[in-house]
Design a protein around this ligand. Structure first.
Ligand code: KG4
Ligand code: ZN
Length: 324
């Protein structure tokens, strides 16, 4: 079954075709209008999706070498509801016009199932750390659709902290990749920063962000590269610490990741080292499938369609939607 997936929940206008052999085509157009505002402007995001979606869908179908798919899936939430509705409504309309099944996909289930697109798909059960701009949650994934939260951020998401630190340094938006690049040139021990909530299942990144701000207000502050490296080391310590704690507590022997921050080079290197130390399996999706993309939505929709069949014709989109 060839499934066309659409993703428009934030600032990526993305379409992909996935079948039993894997990804047949995938396109993502990153909206640039938001950079000037220092963050995603919901109204502008929705309008930009509307402008580009048709061309992106046409290109995904043509690259896959098909005139129409066997089914359509789209992100139905959570996300910026105006942005979600553009892709969701288009997908529902296309499925209806083509007379093929439609599946509404939970954006975070997409991130969680991105690992399924790797050459060797991860075994169930596994632990999945989702670290994005809006979520930082560690799940125990028992089977498709059976996800238990083991711990989550009690305040800012890790990606949000990255974006805020980037803004403090005047680096631009989105901040994560810019901080990641600068961190590679800095000393992770230059600035002493806290590792909040150590010994707990939950996480916190708000205090860490404040500690960076306080450091920057002091005279004789470290260089931007040293600040980025120290901040990244603290975030990575917190995240990898929670994964290791969960491996010990659950005995689950395989770990996967998803979400934009999972593209972070420091985090990926630390997870590889940690998996080696603990002797557990690790699946790291390609960086372009960690940030928002449509292949993850297509594969999630495909897996759900094969298991439970299509959604009712009047299925809706939702701004807030719990995965667990
Ligand atoms: O999953 P995603 O693309 O969108 C959401 O669902 O939120 O995640 C976006 C977040 C942003 O906060 C962005 O700064 C962060 O992921 N991000 C990174 C990196 N690439 C993207 N954070 C750290 N290092 C990166 N390389
Ligand atoms: Zn996302």
């Amino acid at each position: 079954m060839r499934v066309l997936g659409l993703e428009t929940s934030c600032d990526e206008t993305a379409a992909a075709v996935v079948d039993e052999t894997g990804v047949r085509s995938e396109l993502a157009w990153t909206q640039e209008v938001h950079a000037a505002w220092g963050g995603v402007v919901p109204e502008l995001a929705a309008r930009a999706h509307l402008e580009r979606l048709g061309a992106v869908v046409a290109a995904a179908l043509s690259e896959a070498g098909i005139a129409r798919p066997d089914a359509v899936a789209a992100t139905a939430g959570p996300g910026l509801i105006g942005a979600v509705l553009v892709g969701f409504s288009a997908a529902r309309a296309l499925a209806s016009a083509w007379d093929v099944p439609f599946k509404a996909v939970h954006h975070l289930e997409g991130h969680l199932l991105a690992a399924q697109l790797e050459p060797v798909s991860p075994p169930w059960p596994h632990l999945c750390l989702i670290v994005s701009g809006g979520h930082t949650t560690l799940y125990r994934a028992e089977a498709l659709g059976q996800y238990r939260v083991l711990g989550a951020s009690v305040d800012d998401a890790a990606g949000e902290a990255y974006d805020k630190v980037a803004r403090m340094l005047g680096l631009g938006y989105p901040g994560g990749p810019l901080v990641d690049a600068l961190a590679a040139e800095g000393d992770p021990h230059a600035v002493a920063l806290p590792r909040p909530l150590q010994g707990h299942d939950d996480m916190s990144f708000s205090g860490l962000k404040t500690a960076v701000r306080q450091h920057l207000e002091r005279p004789g502050r470290a260089s931007d590269a040293d600040v980025c490296a120290s901040f990244q080391a603290a975030v990575v310590d917190v995240l990898v610490g929670r994964v290791e704690r969960a491996v010990r507590a659950t005995g689950v022997r395989h770990v996967t990741v998803g979400g934009g921050v999972a593209a972070n080079r420091g985090l990926r290197a630390a997870l590889i080292a940690s998996a080696g130390r603990l002797g557990v399996g690790l699946t790291l999706p390609a960086p372009s499938r960690c940030t928002d993309n449509a292949a993850m939505i297509a594969v999630a929709g495909r897996m759900r369609l094969l298991r439970e069949g299509p959604d009712a014709a009047d299925v809706g989109a939702r701004a807030a939607w719990s995965l667990a």
